[in-house]
Every structure is written in C-alpha cells, then in structure tokens.
Design a protein around this ligand. Structure first.
Ligand code: PEP
Ligand code: MG
Length: 322
C-alpha cells in the first residue's frame, strides 16, 4: 500500500477520463512544508496564519510575519500558496489581545470581523503579505466573510495598503488573486453575488457544517450530528461550486471534508477544482481520483443530491467505494 502511494508521486491528480484537479495542503507554520513536499502537494490551499500570532506574548511584527510568508512562498515557488488572513477568536485566543468574554464566541468577535474593527492589525498583516508576494505565487484569502459589505471593506483595506506601498516605492506582485472562504451559510447563499468580487472561493466545511446545522464542532456530546453528508451541507456546497463557475472563478475546499475519501467522489462530481487537506491525505486522495471517471462521479453527485438523509447518503457511498 505504501509502495502503491509512492508510485503516484510526481503523477497528475487526474481522473481516468481526463478531469484534472489540484491537490494541495493545509499548513500552520513554515515547518509543515517538509511534509507537503514529501507527499507531493501541488501547493498550499490553506496557510492558517493564526499560529504566527499564538504562543507568544505580543503581536508579531510586520517583519516577523514577512519572514514566515516569504519562507513558505519561496520554498514552494512557483506552486500556488493560499494564505488566509488572521482567523482569531472563537476557539483561538491570544493572551496579549483582550477580547471581552462572549456568550457565543463562535458567533462573535472573530476573524475578519476583528480585523475590520482593528485595522492596524489587519494592515500590518496585509503589508507583510504584499511584500512577501514577490517571492512566489501568493493568493490572499479572507476568513469568515458573511456579507458583501465585509468582503468589499476587506478588499478596500487591501487596496489602501497597496497604495501605501506604492507611495513608499515597495514592490509587490501584480497578479495576486484575492479570494474568500465560504464557511458561513449566509455567504454560501449569496455566493452568486460574492463570486463577482473575488478570484476564488475555498469552502471551509469545518465551520460551514457547524453553522448550517447549528452543531458545535467541538462538542463531543453531539458529534453524531456533525456530518459532512448532511444533505443541507451538500446542497450548499453544490450551490457554491455552481455559483463560482458561473462567474468563471475556481472553487476549492480546505475543510476536513476535502480529504475524506468518501467525499472525494461526490466533490469531484460536483465540479470542485481544488482539494486542500493535511499532508498525509494527499497521496491517498490522488489515488482515488486516478481510479475514478468524472462521468461516473457526476452521476454519484446527482444521486446523492436527491437523497434526504445523511444516513442514506453514507450507505450509498459506502457501497460505491466497495
Ligand atoms: C474551516 O472552517 O473549514 C476551515 C478550514 O477553517 P478552520 O478549520 O481553521 O476554522
Ligand atoms: Mg473556519
């Protein structure tokens, strides 16, 4: 089995009938790149930058951030690297950034909401990202966007930082794609509108499942209710992919579901373009993709979208994988 996986190192992530997708990795620090390379990742689909801010007692400076981003971009160049702006709050806290106690932290002051409120933090990160962009193939991604207004405001801040750099004569790449995560149901529902303003979507199923089904992703007691095969979640995913494609943007997924071998046939059939997962899932995922026909997965996706319960869908998929 290990040998079988090693044999597909260097091969394309392509179905029998020629549908090629991108298989990329999720990372938290530059140290994770080694694992991605070993597992032949085609780039980074999610760099969770909050780890740069955690486990310390003050904000990372622009220089410190720049060095981390540069290291990742340079070492993977020319492969794409999607770097997500700060997603703090919710379960992730910073000792040096005081946030009032909240009744519902996951519905509270977090991620892009915090960044748009405390713009100096956001601008410092964007400056570091833009400066690092000349060292590789950077794509910037905003987390937790829940409305068009937020997306437009985030883009405005980015444009402001670009003009600051222009004035200072500091260079940045001119082809940086700007995208957003789809992890809040309101964003999925208006993805037709949002798609007109970004270069890509990346579906964050970890949060999308939580918010769509009102099931806390950390609560063991209701873990049986937390399910990517929930038909409501699958319909939203399909809708987001279709809405993205109508506007000719690419659609990826960086939540855990992207690396789930039972989900891959469904996601392929729905038209997902990019799958981002932990390093160890990449080669197994490629093997599955190379064993499938796109035409068959389209039928699977259609069947599944017509089913009414997660149980029914899981049973059907289990049979197919056999
Ligand atoms: C997600 O919500 O699916 C995601 C990838 O982000 P995180 O797990 O960091 O919340
Ligand atoms: Mg998330």
């Amino acid at each position: 089995n290990k040998k079988e996986l090693e044999e597909i190192i260097g091969k394309d992530s392509i179905t029998i009938d020629g549908r090629e997708v991108e298989l990329v990795g999720n990372i938290g620090t530059p140290k994770d790149i080694a694992g991605l390379k070993k597992n032949d990742a085609e780039g980074v689909g999610l760099y969770r930058t909050e780890f740069i801010y955690m486990d310390r007692d003050s904000m990372p400076t622009e220089e410190e951030q720049f060095n981390s981003y540069k290291e990742v971009l340079e070492s993977l160049n020319p492969k794409p690297v999607v770097i997500r702006t700060l997603d703090i709050g919710g379960d992730k806290k910073l000792p040096y950034l005081k946030i009032d106690e909240e009744m519902n932290p996951f519905l509270g002051y977090r991620a892009i909401r915090l960044c748009l409120d405390q713009k100096e933090i956001f601008k410092t990160q964007l400056r570091a990202l833009l400066r690092a962009s000349v060292y590789g193939n950077l794509k910037i991604m905003f987390p937790m966007i829940s409305s068009l207004e937020e997306l437009l405001e985030a883009k405005k801040v980015l444009d402001g930082v670009k003009s600051d750099l222009d004035k200072e004569g500091i260079k940045y790449a001119d082809n940086i794609e700007v995208g957003m995560m789809i992890e809040v149901p309101s964003a999925a529902i208006i993805s037709d509108v949002l798609a007109k303003h970004v270069d890509f979507f990346s579906i964050g199923t970890n949060d999308l499942i939580q918010y769509t089904t009102a099931v806390d992703r950390m609560n063991e007691k209701i873990h049986n209710l937390y399910n990517p095969f929930n038909p409501a979640v699958l319909r939203l995913i399909k809708m987001v992919i279709d809405n993205g494609h109508k506007e000719n943007i690419w659609v990826g997924m960086c939540g855990e579901a992207a690396g789930d071998k039972r989900m891959i046939p469904i996601l392929l059939g729905m038209g997902l373009d990019e799958f981002s997962m932990s390093a160890s899932s990449i080669l197994p995922a490629r093997r599955i993709i190379r064993s499938l026909k796109l035409e068959d997965t389209k039928k699977i996706a259609n069947e599944v979208l017509n089913m009414s319960t997660a149980e029914e869908i899981e049973k059907y998929i289990k049979n197919i994988i056999k």
